[in-house]
Design a protein around this ligand. Sequence first.
Ligand SMILES: C[S@@+](CC[C@H](N)C(=O)[O-])C[C@H]1O[C@@H](n2cnc3c(N)ncnc32)[C@H](O)[C@@H]1O
Length: 223
Amino acid sequence: MSGGTGGRGSRGASDPGFWESNYRAGRLPWDLGGPTPVFERLIASGRYPPGRLFVPGAGTGHDARLFARHGFQVTAADFASGAARAMRALQDPVAPLIILQADLFDLPPFLIGLFDYVLEYTCVCAIDPARRAAYVDVVTGLLRPGGVYLALLWPTGARPGGPPYPVEPGALISLFAARGFTLLERETPPDSIPERRGDEELLVLKLTVDSCQQSLTTINCQL
Ligand SMILES: C[S@@+](CC[C@H](N)C(=O)[O-])C[C@H]1O[C@@H](n2cnc3c(N)ncnc32)[C@H](O)[C@@H]1O
């Protein structure tokens, strides 16, 4: 499916209770029921070798499991217990996820600098725009020097019924550039699911090694 968050607009989206109630009601209009074809293509390209990958706001974990099945060591985080429960129920015993029920803004400090990748799909659109810079700080803190942020942004324009907060890719790129990231790729994927085609953008940003120490000092260990 490709809709919003049960037609509730942005009200309460920063509150885990808002998401819990959606999971409890089985109202997951954002959930595709499987991974996005865009990430399947990225993996098939061979440009992104397996490594440690963190998925914020992982939901029921379709994209997280895709990467795990391709040899990535995946930590999938979500603050909603309904999401964590769904991920546990859907675990692939051959390629299990490390499931973390946690608020993105209150992650355990041992995760700092641990990851080769952060994978974003429809988490940032759930974050109040007032917290976007803080979100970028969290992503920066999770990545090792040279680590990569793989992001499929949706929706990139306002749409009725949600998700709560559309994402402006240029503004997000500026926030990452200010923390020492280099833009490697930006495209409007031709293989987005039909309902989202033209309204998604793929970004690949790399944390430049030289700037990493500076970024970490700047964010002052906010994790
Ligand atoms: C629109 S859903 C997307 C889920 C999944 N990425 C997908 O594409 O199906 C947003 C998810 O982010 C989670 N979320 C929102 N804010 C969060 C936060 N501050 N920390 C952790 N998870 C959060 C919600 O519980 C919800 O599962």
